[in-house]
Unconditional design. Structure first.
Length: 266
């Protein structure tokens, strides 16, 4: 297991009373948690419990219905306007948050018309305004971190799913984020390719990356995480170390979920 002392580390992310409603469905209902520097936190729970929505609300890919996201000490709150629509307070801070928060998606989201190198340099040039030379140097560094530098001139359709996901990680790493969000990064992969992506996440964690991870790879999450957050019907039912969560489930829902996804002798 990966163990790092993070109890005294600074809070990178603080989520308070996060709520998200789609029509009449309350997907998130007052979720609160923190992520400290160098910590790996896994969001777990059954399909439809709100894990991915919570992750996407963290960087405002989805606008929360209400609640507050505090990133590196700067708070961004969501209230309701006169029409009952969500209104972001301190909306200018969202751009800064996104600049320092990288996200790896389920389905890679690579540009098919750009090479591996082009996919990684695009944000460096267009967002950070680096020169093409600087961007390529950083991109090659990031690709080397995930073992993809020799594929720099290939296009996504010439890569396996696992290789495409490694390029997606390199694209995030190149931006040197303060926080990485990973939304089921292995769910679109064939089983034999899952391991190579999990190795990348493990390597980043060992190097001190701060990661908020949604995953169904329960054994991996148990070994890697500092904390695991169990969501049930949009509510946070347990926030504990893996050892405590597996030893003392906080509710029958947690117990049922763990028994359904882990062997009895795990």
């Amino acid at each position: 297991m990966l163990h790092r002392k993070i109890s005294c580390a600074a809070e990178v992310l603080k989520v308070k009373d996060l709520a998200k409603v789609f029509g009449a469905t309350k997907v998130l209902d007052g979720v609160s948690f923190t992520v400290r520097q160098g910590e790996v936190v896994s969001l777990i729970g059954s399909s439809g419990c709100g894990k991915s929505t919570a992750l996407r609300c963290t960087n405002f890919l989805e606008t929360p219905t209400s609640g507050q996201i505090e990133f590196l000490g700067e708070a961004i709150s969501v209230t309701t306007d006169a029409r009952g629509e969500p209104k972001i307070v301190n909306a200018a801070a969202v751009r800064g948050l996104r600049r320092h928060v990288g996200m790896v998606f389920q389905n890679f989201n690579l540009w098919p018309h750009r090479t591996v190198l082009g996919n990684v340099t695009e944000a460096l040039v267009c967002v950070l305004r680096l020169s093409r030379k600087e961007a390529e140097e950083i991109a090659l560094w990031a690709l080397s971190k995930v073992g993809m530098e020799t594929f720099r001139d290939r296009y996504p359709q010439q890569l396996s799913g696992g290789q495409q996901q490694r390029v997606a990680f390199a694209r995030v790493l190149a931006m040197r984020p303060k926080l990485m969000l990973c939304d089921e990064p292995t769910s679109a992969l064939d089983p034999e390719l899952v391991g190579e992506v999990l190795k990348i996440i493990r390597k980043l964690a060992e190097e001190g990356a701060t990661i908020l991870l949604v995953t169904h790879e329960m054994r991996f999450a148990r070994e890697l995480s500092n904390r695991m957050l169990f969501l049930q019907r949009g509510r946070l039912e347990q926030d504990d170390t893996p050892e405590e969560l597996f030893r003392n489930p906080a509710s029958e829902a947690v117990k049922r979920f763990l028994s359904s996804v882990m062997p009895a002798n795990a």
